[in-house]
Design a protein around this ligand. Sequence first.
Ligand code: MIG
Length: 766
Amino acid sequence: MPKLPTYQTDHQTITFNNSNRQIQLTIITPEIIRVSENRGDHGASYAIEGDKETTTTYTVKQQPDHYEITTTALTIKVDAAMHIDAYDANSNPLVTDYRGSRTPLDRGIDEEHKKFVQEEGHNVPGADDQNNPDYFQVVKDLAPDEQIYGLGDKTGYLNKRGYEYDDWNTDNPAPHLENFTRLYKSIPVIIGLKAGHPYGLFFDNPYRSHFDFGKENPNYYFYSAEAGNLNYYLIGGKTLKDIVTNYTYLTGRTPLPQKWTLGYQQSRWGYSASQKMVQDIVDSMHKYDLPFDVIHLDIDYMRGYRVFTWNDEAYQGNPQKFVTDLKATGTKIVAIIDPGVKKDPGYNIYDQGIKNDYFVKDPAGNVYVNQVWPGDAVFPDFGRRAVQKWWGKNDQFLTDMGVAGIWNDMNEPASFQGEIPQDIVFSDHDQPSTHKKMHNVYGHNMAKATYDGVKRATGRRPFVITRAAYSGTQKYSTVWTGDNHSIWPHLQLLIPQLCNLGISGFTFAGTDIAGLGSDATPELLTRWIEAAIFSPLLRNHSAMGTRAQEPWAFGEPTLSIYRKFLKLRYRFIPYLYDLFAKESKNGLPLMRPLVLNYEDDPRVRNINDQYLVGDAILVAPIVQPSQTKRLVYLPAGKWIDFWNHREYDGQQDIVVDAPLDKLPMFIKQGTILPWGAEVDHISETPDSTMAFNVYGDSGSYHHYQDNGLDFKYQHGEFNDYLVNVDHGQVSVELVHHGFQPYREITVNLNNQPVTLTYNSTTEHYE
Ligand code: MIG
């Protein structure tokens, strides 16, 4: 029998040694175990901040041919060949090393032909570069009944099985279809179900990586990285929800946002070239009675695309007045900032960066120049604290103007004259490193710098939107899915894409409604606003040069339907805000795939055209042209049609009507939902009343309320209401009282409103 490795333990780390390898297991919590092997890379994690290790008891047992490391939730077996196999508490295999050798795909092409085909512009995926000495791979068994989710923003379907993907943040504006292996973000976490048993696997290594989920061979999946340390986290839990909670324990959760950020946002590349154009959009929003909170300013508001400047002349010499006046009428401005700084001696940002040595350089020590919007541009070295601080301070230029949020674009980083070479010197936690290592965390560090800067300057919960991200960026920024197109496949994509982002920690996400590139049609715009109406980030955005797609652009009936859905959105904002309050504690996304809640039901394991909002709402949008009826699968429980209150039993397929103005929606029986007042924007004045709708005759619900703006809630300034309905008996209790309570609460029970009034002496609703 081969000899087992030796081992030593040091607190919660167990180090295994044999003649050629040293592998460490670190028990982070009973449900999270890290597997690592130092391969010469340095530098702390970007995804995980702070010490996540909690005191955990575990045992190490020696068996004849392996060791067993056991916590209350996981058992890891380590054998003589250092295979690592993870099991749950009931000995079900979760993540086990594949013992065979890989069988790379035969693509039927030799090197010479490959060159021709590539010259014509086709993408021929290569075999991974196993000759590179830094390359390593992790190959794990794939069971016949195994589904793989997560991985952030990738294209394709909810279940990633059968596909391959790359992590290398990429700006490619061609339509993102299922054959695209990489997009703007690197979020290397997978959430799996193996024979119905949930697990998570997080590969924390920012270098270019590849994932193959049984495409090459249905018996295994593999992860490979072109450099860095072997460093992955095995995550267990009783349910898929536990896996997401544990993963977000490790990498962080989206903090509670300002409430208005859940409002509707209108954007188009081009508006911001003049105050008049922006004002016209605002006026039209009012004229057409469309509720909204935000107008975005794309790159045209700047002076010659110089970041942290404003083309004042196009804003009557006083953009600050414009922004402040708009704010007074309930409209917030969010402005874009790209990382590329125009190479332009005399321009203060460039000068400061040069003087303080803040830009990345080539190995010979010259500031590296590439091109982006302003022409020749240089790139801040966000891996240094001083550079992050400087950048965050620069954001004050905008926040002092009254700008309410910052939109970070182009931070893959994108560059027009080819990709930045791998050896350009980028810092890694203040130490010189390379673009090769820092590429995938560039956007993360920019978003973090922005968050910190805005927080310091305003004291409010920063609203940052970023295109590029790494695992953990959710702590600092919301995300949008980048340059989609006005095409039906991209309307279809938003459901699996936002659901996978959600279970990968990025709940505050959205797509450009109706598509950035290409020309929308009235039907596409209508179905898109319906399908996306619960997406946490709700922004219609389009590119310069495409057909207009504002809500009124196609006249009627598009405008009225659009208005109807925006009004519906605002009714649900209290519910979405409640979900954020919960998410910030448990990491569970607002918009979620059905499998997250119903993992035992094989029918829901790859549903790509329905989603849930929290636990209570099931949404089944129309994502095909001309379709006016559709099949809806209802999981276990009883469901109530939102529109006509018809009741359905779960675990069946039903056919529902969906004329152009209808989004099929079902509410789980036994739930209570807050129902906000009809408003035209989210006000900063606290609401004095709230309503709740009851679906069924019993249920209970926690409702959260605070000022929706700053961090006072962290010092107890919030209310937690418990609404209870027991066979028609209504009660409301203020479980936590730290904010001005509603004067009046109405509970709508089968269309019978029961109104309770706050008695400030007894602190009860009566
Ligand atoms: O190269 O700022 O994804 O939302 O409108 C294009 C212009 C740069 C890409 C963003 C898009 C934005 C556009 N930007």
